[in-house]
Write a new protein. Structure first.
Ligand code: APR
Length: 318
């Protein structure tokens, strides 16, 4: 049986890590596309030459021709500029929507049956654009944001409490921007509410709330924190790992419940917009959007985030 095929569009920082993860986990034969001549060929040759050491048999190749993504089962898109210190993700919309238009046309023509995972920013707008141009059904076009935002939230909780990251469950909803909604009420360590553990640690509800608020704010600003430290470019390890978790869930039909930027059809009171919500990811792509009850505060935060997404998407005049 043929191996699955994965196409990575945009051969920069994130893409290099994506390709390495695809190879190390033997997810499938991987093709890396970029408009820069020779660079994707060079990057993948370097990676492929590590195969005897790492012991992977999947192929990893580079290209400047969309024809080579033909037959891809999954396409992951990172094409586009990353932000510089001081920029918001939304500042990238002008230049990246032109790039996303070209990329989406390439995918539509050469990989019409693929599942598409977008990473390029501003995420919520770029996914919307890709779905409009490809015309693919919404269960096949999704954005990676929530897995990463949730991972950041979980990491901060684990570090604060001195517990394994493996035992922390944390989730963010909403857009991939400053208005994202880290869900405090559902954050737990192996089912034990994080707020309860913070209260035990500090012996005070007020202090526990203060510490939690700081972690929530750090989560919302976490991408910018990395951008500022790097000085040139934006996060690449964690976005790549997050998108690979989504791709693996689809390729291996894992039915994972992950926060995904998905096109909503009335769920959470949102109609016709891409917003981060928990979904079941399996062989059918987004197999189900999981709707659950938010309390009044959470719903207000969600509404605020959705309003920001609507404004951003509206600015593209699609
Ligand atoms: N088609 C394909 N690739 C393109 C195009 C295009 N039209 N235009 C630019 N690229 C490529 C660039 O040549 C570059 O190799 O996209 C790649 C982007 O790589 P980096 O600049 O290293 O950016 P990266 O850190 O990988 O982030 C990519 O993901 O998280 C988001 O905000 C981030 O939008 C940015 C994207």
């Amino acid at each position: 049986m043929a191996r699955p095929k994965i196409a990575l569009i945009g051969g920069g920082q994130i893409c290099g890590v994506l390709a390495q993860l695809c190879a190390l986990r033997e997810l499938g034969d991987t093709v890396l596309f970029d408009i820069v001549e020779n660079m994707p060929q060079g990057k993948t040759l370097d990676l492929a030459e590590a195969s005897p050491v790492d012991g992977f048999d999947v192929s990893v190749t580079g290209t400047n021709d969309y024809k080579d993504i033909a037959g891809a089962n999954i396409v992951i898109v990172t094409a586009g500029l990353p932000r510089k210190p001081g920029m918001s993700r939304d500042d990238l919309i002008g230049v990246n929507s032109k790039i996303m238009t070209q990329v989406s046309e390439g995918i539509k023509q050469y990989a019409p049956d693929s599942f598409v995972i977008i990473i390029s920013n501003p995420l919520d707008a770029m996914v919307t654009l890709c779905q409009k141009i490809t015309g693919f059904p919404p269960e096949r076009v999704m954005g990676q944001a929530g897995v990463l935002d949730s991972a950041r939230f979980a990491a901060f909780i684990a570090w604060e409490l001195g517990v394994s990251v493996k035992d922390v469950t944390a989730m963010t909803l909403g857009g991939h921007g400053d208005t994202m909604v880290p869900l405090v009420r559902y954050a737990s360590v192996n089912g034990i509410p994080v707020m309860e553990l913070l209260e035990q640690k500090y012996g005070s509800t007020a202090k526990a709330e203060e510490v939690m608020t700081a972690m929530v704010e750090r989560t919302k600003a976490a991408g910018g924190e990395v951008v500022k430290l790097l000085g040139n470019g934006s996060a690449f390890y964690s976005p790549a790992s997050s998108a690979i978790a989504m791709a693996e869930a689809i390729l291996r039909d894992q039915k994972r419940v992950l926060p995904v930027c998905a096109l909503l059809d009335g769920e959470f009171g949102v109609d016709g917009f891409y917003v981060g919500v928990p979904c079941i990811l399996g062989a059918g792509g987004i197999e189900k959007i999981i709707e659950f009850k938010l309390d009044a505060t959470e719903q207000a935060l969600m509404d605020n985030s959705v309003a920001a997404v609507k404004e951003l998407v509206g600015s593209m005049n699609l």
